[in-house]
Write a protein that binds this ligand. Sequence first.
Ligand code: NAP
Ligand code: MG
Length: 501
Amino acid sequence: MSSVQPAETSPRKYQLMIDGKWVDAESGKTFTTPNPATGEILAEVAEGDQADIDKAVAAARKAFEGKWSKVSARDRGRMLYKLSQLIEERTPELAALETSDNGKPIKESTYVDLPQVAENFEYFAGWATKIEGETIPVPGQMFNYTLREPVGVCGQIIPWNFPLLMAAWKLAPALAAGNTIVLKPAEQTPVNAMELGKLIQEAGFPDGVVNIVPGYGETAGAALAAHPGIDKVAFTGSTEVGKLVAKAAAENLTKVSLELGGKAPNIVFADADIEQAVSGAMMGIFFNQGQVCCAGSRLFVEEGVKDQFLERLQAKSANIVVGDPMDQGTHMGPQVSAEQLSRIQGYCDVAQEEGATVLAGGKSPELAAAFQKGYFFQPTIFSDVKNQMRIAQEEVFGPVVSVISFKDEDDLIKQANDTIYGLSAGIWTSNITRAHRFAKAIHAGVIWINTYNMFNAASPFGGYKQSGYGREMGKHALDMYTHVKSVWVDLSGKPIGWFGK
Ligand code: NAP
Ligand code: MG
């Protein structure tokens, strides 16, 4: 198989992007980000904190009230479209960097992440000129209409699992609606956020419209969420940190949207096409090394087909290629960090203590010398899992699937909904009425029927319950980035008679 060259050999250097300028952190501090496949330092990055967030928020405010407010909707759309084109043109370079910083296979960066990043900017480019108010049929000699206005300065905090794509999901609708932004990428994967900053400048966005401040969550992230100068905070990450963000925002009653964790049921009925369902179970849990908030980590399989299904799942999973993420033939690269690797190993230990059986994996693979410092983990299957076990209730965020058997539909729906999360669910069946019954019965924001992990910029994504609130992508994303203003106009030209003549 052909192999792509890693992005570079010596560490790259990045500053903060504030008000259109590349600057060091006020503190002068920097941090490094490793390549998780090798442990080598990929880049040294300026470490923003409160002082830099203050500067970035002030720049975003100035741009919001100044230059950006005078840019027409058409021109906002054109800049977004130009950005999507620049991303398409730079896909090979950006994909190699995404893989070097995050560890995801180059096949995935090139054919999934990057195309979806471009698609999101392109989709929301089209929306810029279609954000409209309405006229309301109020009674009497009155005219009432609404205006859709941008919310203002938005703080956006993103995770490391899809570094560029999470930036695109947040930036694209916010910019289409005319907001300005302070973006804080995850400490594990800051590199492509900064590369995106360069392309944002090249696409013609005025200085200060997008400001990018990498740094740590407890300092830069917390300062942004609690900042009285922002009008909205949008967060993707763990449910635990999501609660901290919502609490910090509550102090100023800042608008909040949250895209948090999941523990999705992926359900296989006996009448499913078993080969299709096996491939869907693998897509559900092994894609992106299992580091997906909507991963199908609870695999419910109907008793009657369980043995046959598990045999096929085991056989096919044994063929998954784990290794050099720059190799076009690799299916799974390393986990993002040493912390994540040890967290996953910890959950595998817990599962065994709870009585689950390891059918595959459960440990790191043996790899060539160059990758021995990488954070690799094998595709892992646990059977004999009960839905109450920790392995079935807590988000592992790794390539670890818990197989739970079920007997009938009522029992299944109770178990599937018995979780604090509600982000997504999958069902595999040839019974069309059951499929749609199920789609209504499951408390989750996304349902996949005989498929898994399907996304499109036009289709909304977001959670029920502790998986968060608000919807990203699609027209619903614009609701999170606009205010509705109601305007009343008297058409009679007469005094108001209420208090007499
Ligand atoms: P996380 O801590 O929730 O991080 C997400 C983002 O929030 C990062 O930019 C992080 O910054 C920032 N952050 C951390 N503490 C903050 C605070 N007090 N105030 C404001 N922002 C803060 O997630 P993680 O540590 O990367 O991963 C831990 C778990 O989160 C995973 O195992 C998984 O369960 C979940 N997760 C979910 C998603 C998802 O898409 N739903 C994505 C990633 C992770 P730093 O990274 O710089 O600390
Ligand atoms: Mg990294």
